[in-house]
Design a protein around this ligand. Sequence first.
Ligand SMILES: O=P(O)(O)OC[C@H]1O[C@H](O[C@H]2O[C@H](CO)[C@@H](O)[C@H](O)[C@H]2O)[C@H](O)[C@@H](O)[C@@H]1O
Length: 287
Amino acid sequence: MDAMDALPTPRTQAGQDGLAALLARPRTAVVGLDFDGTLAPIVADPEQARAHPGAVPALAALAPEIASVAVITGRPPEVAVRYGGFAGVPGLEHLTVLGHYGAERWDAATGELTAPPPHPGVAAARAELPGLLERAGAGEGTWIEEKGRALAVHTRRAPDPRAAFEALRAPLADLATRHGLIVEPGRMVLELRPPGMDKGVALLDHARAVQAGCVVYAGDDLGDLPAFAAIEKLRTNGVPGLLVCSGSTEVTELADRADLVVDGPEGVVGLLRALAAQLGRGSSAAS
Ligand SMILES: O=P(O)(O)OC[C@H]1O[C@H](O[C@H]2O[C@H](CO)[C@@H](O)[C@H](O)[C@H]2O)[C@H](O)[C@@H](O)[C@@H]1O
């Protein structure tokens, strides 16, 4: 989307209905957004990921016009808040960050973090993981991200990222099963995490809590598919929704299912700016 930020037309009728509902009744709308690949461009080093420079201004312009903005991410919430620059921003006083796929929650209004006790399987997997990677022949560039409640094995910096990813799938699945965990596959990452929560559950719970009249969700990766399914479920219950794919060449599953495909984080920011402009705050949504 360019600087004009015209509001695009979703390619499906259901998506058009979802967008129309948001524009007609913005105060009932929830906008859910993934972080990496959606609000933040993908970079080789996960510690260097930061929100697109236009993301916070666009969100700050949009948030006061709608019921709620929720960032729903695989990241620990405090990391998403830090890398996103979401704390203490006028306009984002009621932002919610649902981190670890919804297992943890951070509310901008209070600054409070809510987190259940850690799953014991993560500590057990942590102890075994370096040895397992060595035995699996994971070489230079394969890297463990310590996430506290989870462990992520990244292959983006391996000489052949896709081959390294595929080679680790089976051994990591075995490790996860032995310790009561699941493997969450993503963009050149395999994450070992506790079961029982996903972005769909997180989005549905949040939509219910704020009594949403319509729901928009934008994501880019496989972990966002449950959130897409949640919106499809809400639609069958009469709650309009809009599925947005932050498009990339790495993952195509979301584009196939989305009502609207935009060009990565730049396109997502353009969409947020266009929504804010339509709802009357466009002049403050600097690029
Ligand atoms: O749910 P998300 O907000 O999309 O988080 C999913 C994972 O994102 C991060 O990894 C991804 O982004 C990195 C930085 O751009 C990139 O290097 C990596 O290849 C991607 O998979 C993050 O590091 C993980 O912890 C998140 O679970």
